[in-house]
Ligand binder design. Sequence first.
Ligand SMILES: [Zn+2]
Length: 271
Amino acid sequence: MLPSIMEAIVYFVVVAAFGLIALKAKTIDFWGFVASIFIGYVILIGGGWYWFLIMLIFFVITTQFTKFKYSYKEMLGFAQEKGGVRSWPNVLANGGAAAIFSIMELRFGGGIYAVAFLGAVASATADTLATEIGLLSKREPRLIINLKKIVTAGTSGGVTLVGTLAALFASFIIGITAMIFNIITEASPIKILAIVTLGGITGSIMDSILGATIQRIGLCEKCGKITENLKHCGKLTKKLKGIGFVDNNVVNFLSTIIGALIALALFIIII
Ligand SMILES: [Zn+2]
């Protein structure tokens, strides 16, 4: 059901207030702020307060872990750029699928989009935590498609034990929250917890697999650095591997969709 004008205004004020807090705390930049308002507003209108709260939990957990030991990650050279401040591509990559499922919930309803939404948010949380905690691992990461191969920290497709455990923990937190908020009434709380946790961890594993296979890797012809960024030294890099438009954000978005579909499939199988 669409909100009344009054509700729509209240929603906007709430979303903008949280957005401003995030902007002030330098967890997002201006365009990240605009994108966050858009995503938050769509989720609030489509899914309601509990959906919005779950997205907020994702945001708080991931920003805290991004800032955690930031200077150490920076020293390694693999911290998120710009002090961990996220911009719009990152916001859309992590929240886009969740917003799409919120619109579908508004349009069609019926509980299954809530499952997809939770799978997507669990994947985004799991993947972000796996990366941020994985960077702190004492042991070197191994390539997910060839575990005998050791790669440098920060390489897409590289996995660590501690990062994988963090992904499991993140998915579990989103699952527990979904249980507490009683978002899905069609299945028992324990089943919901299992579905969301498995969806999240699978999405996060898919993120590594896609990162190791289709993600674009380029060479900066100016400084010779091999990078996952499209641009380096202000110039487009030369593609060495992967699919042209598939950068880290595209991989993130795709894996949240996969996490959602896995959660949905499990829901249909075990309900
Ligand atoms: Zn360069």
